[in-house]
Design a protein around this ligand. Sequence first.
Ligand code: BGC
Length: 763
Amino acid sequence: MKKLCLLGLFVSLASHQVLAATTPVPLENKDAFINNLMKQMTLDEKIGQLRLISIGPEMPRERIRKEIAEGNIGGTFNSITRAENRPMQDAAMRSRLKIPMFFAYDVIHGHRTIFPIPLALASSWDMDAIGRSGRVAAKEAAADSLDITFAPMVDISRDPRWGRSSEGFGEDTYLTSRIAKVMVKAYQGATPSAADSIMASVKHFALYGAVEGGRDYNTVDMSPVKMYQDYLPPYRAAIDAGAGGVMVALNSINGIPATADTWLMNDLLRRDWGFKGLAVSDHGAIFELIKHGVARDGREAAKLAIKAGIDMSMNDTLYGKELPGLLKSGEIEQKHIDNAVREVLAAKYDMGLFKDPYLRIGKAEDDPADTYAESRLHRAEARDVARRSLVLLKNQNETLPLKKTAKVALVGPLAKAPIDMMGSWAAAGRPEQSVTLFDGMSALMGDKTNLIYARGANITGDKKVLDYLNFLNFDAPEVVDDPRPANVLIDEAVKAAKEADVVVAAVGESRGMSHESSSRTELNIPETQRELIRALKATGKPLVLVLMNGRPLTILEENQSADAILETWFSGTEGGNAIADVLFGDYNPSGKLPVTFPRSVGQIPTYYNHLSIGRPFTPGKPGNYTSQYFDDTTGPLFPFGYGLSYTDFSLSDMALSSTTLNTTGKLDASVTVKNTGKRDGETVVQLYIQDVTGSMIRPVKELKNFQKIMLKAGEQKVVHFTITEDDLKFYNTQLKYAAEPGKFNVQIGLDSQSVKQQSFELL
Ligand code: BGC
C-alpha cells in the first residue's frame, strides 16, 4: 500500500562557501570525529543532512543522485533494494565530504516475510516470539540495504475507531512497554552498527493513539498525570532500551503540535529522558504547522520545528528553503542547526555507516538474483509466531478443533485474500507469497475434496467505502468485488454449508480498513458479511467465525450466532497455515486480547484500567444513579487479557508471602495453575494490582506482570510473582513518581476480569 508523497525535491541553497579540510580524526572517537566533520561542513551541507526524502517509482533517479552528490540529501526512505540504494550511496561518496546516506523504511511487522500485525503480536503475550519476529525483520531489511526503521509504533490506543490501532500493541501501558523494549532490542541486535541490525526509531512521539474521537491526525488534550502514567512510558521504554531514533507525531498535544513542541522534544525527551538520538518529523509535518495554525508560513514553520529540536524533515523542503534566511536574520541560532546535524551524523555513526557506507549494501556481485526469492523468506518463524498470536474468543460444544476428515464449507470474502492476510504496513511483503486460509486449510486436509469453498459475500456493499479503500492503493484495486448479486453469493455459500459438517466463515475487515487514515464510526463487520453470517446460522450447521481485522470489532450478534470464534487479526505471510494449525488442533491457541472488545461503539472508550469512580456500577445490581449506560449491559464483550484454549486451566487461591510490605522488601504472590483438560496448552498468567486509597484517584487495577506458561494435560505449576515498591509507584498530581503507603489489592487471573485476590499493606 503506497502513500502520497508531498515531494518538492529540488532546493537551491544559498551558501556555497567551502571550508578547508582539517586534520583527520580517528573514527574511534565519535564526538571528536563528528565535531571535526562538522567544522568542515558548509551551511548548505549541514542543511542537506537534515533532509529525508521518500523515493517513489516515478522519481528521476539521476537528479536525486546529483543532489546527493551535491550534499543536499541526508537520507531516503521507501527505496528498498541494494541495487536501488547502491547508486545513491555511490553519489554520496562522490560528495565533497563523502558523508554516507542512510536508507530507511517502515519495517513494522516484518520486511519480506510478513509477521502478524503489531496488535496480533501483542496478543501472543510471548516476548520471545515477538523478539524473534523483530530480529527476522531486521535481518531481512538489513540484507536489503536498509539502515533504519520507523518502528516500533508504541502509541497506546483506547479507541478502536482509530485505524492505526492495528499498528500498536493495544491499550495497556505495561504490556506495550515490555514489547517496546523487546522490539528495539530485536531490531538493533547487540548494536545498531552490526551489518544485520537496523536502527529503531520509536513512534509516534507522542500520544498519537489518543487522538480525539479516534479521528486520525486529530488533536490530543490530556492531563499531565494521564500522560506520564499511561501514555508516555512505552516511548520511554523504547528509548531506555537504546532506540536510536524517534519519529515525532502528527498530532498536537494540549494545543501545541508535537512538531513544534519544545517542552516535548527538548525538556522531556532530551533533558529529562536523556535521549541523544535522531528526531525525525513525520511525513510533511513541518509544513502542516501552517495548517495547525501555529505558523504563519513556511518560514515560521521551519523556525518552530528546528527550535523544537526536529532534526530531520521528512518530505518537505522547508528546512532547505528557510533555514539559511532564518539564520541570517538571527531568528534562529547556529546551534539549532548544529544540534540537528550532530544528531543526524551521530545516528549515521551509530548505524556503522562512517566505518563502512556499504555495510548493508554489500557488493553488487552478491546482490540477490531475485529479491523476491522464496529462499529469502523465513516461513517457519512466521508460522510459529502467527499461531501464537491467535485468540480463541468462543468455543461452544468443543466445535473446535475441527477433524481433518470433516467436510468443511469455507466461506467469506477473507478466505482467499492474500493481500489482507498481510495487514497494512506490509513493507516488502508480496501477496503472491502469502498463504490464504483456503491454502492453509487444504494443505492440512487429507481429502481436499472435503473443503468446499464459496465466497459468500463481498467485503462491503457500500460503494463509497469500496472506492475509499481502493483509493489508498495506487498499484491496483485491493478490494475486488465479485460482481454477482449479494443474494447469489449467499445462496452459493448456504448450499456449501448444507453439504458440509461444519462452516468456517472468514469475515471482518479488508486490511485497508485498519490503516493510517482509516478511522471508522462503526465497528461492525460490514453488512454484506453480516447477512452472510445470518444465512449461515439459519442452516443450523456448526458455525466457526475466523475474524480478520485490525482493531476490536463490535460483534455482539455474531457472538450469539457463532459456535466458535477465532480472532486472527491479520496474521502475515504464513497466516493461512497458522490459522489452519489452530482450527485443526495442531496448535492449541494461547493468545490473549491486548485490547478490550466493546459491546458497542457507544461504549468507547472502554478499557480495563479505568479510574475508580464514586458511583461504580455493581454487576448484578442494576439501578439508577450508578455509572452505566441504561440501554445496554455494562462492561465489555471480551475483556482485556481474555482468550480461551482447547484445554481448561484452573487457578488455586492466591498465596501471599506476607500481608505487609516495606519499601525495601519483596512480596511473593503465587497461584497454582492446573491444566485440567485433555490437551497440552499454554496460557498467560496475569498479575494486576490496585492501589486502593491514594492521594489521588487510581485505576481499578493495572497489569504489573505476566508469565506465559506451558502445561501438559493434567500438569500443574506454581506461578510466582515478586512484588516490590517499584510496582506500586505512580505519578502523583505533582508528577512525582512514588508509592504511597496503604492498602493494595493483588489479583491474579487468566484475564483481567476473573481473578483471585489478596490484599497487603505498604508500610
Ligand atoms: C506515517 C508514519 C510513517 C511515515 C513514513 C507517515 O504517514 O504517519 O508512521 O513512518 O509516513 O512512511
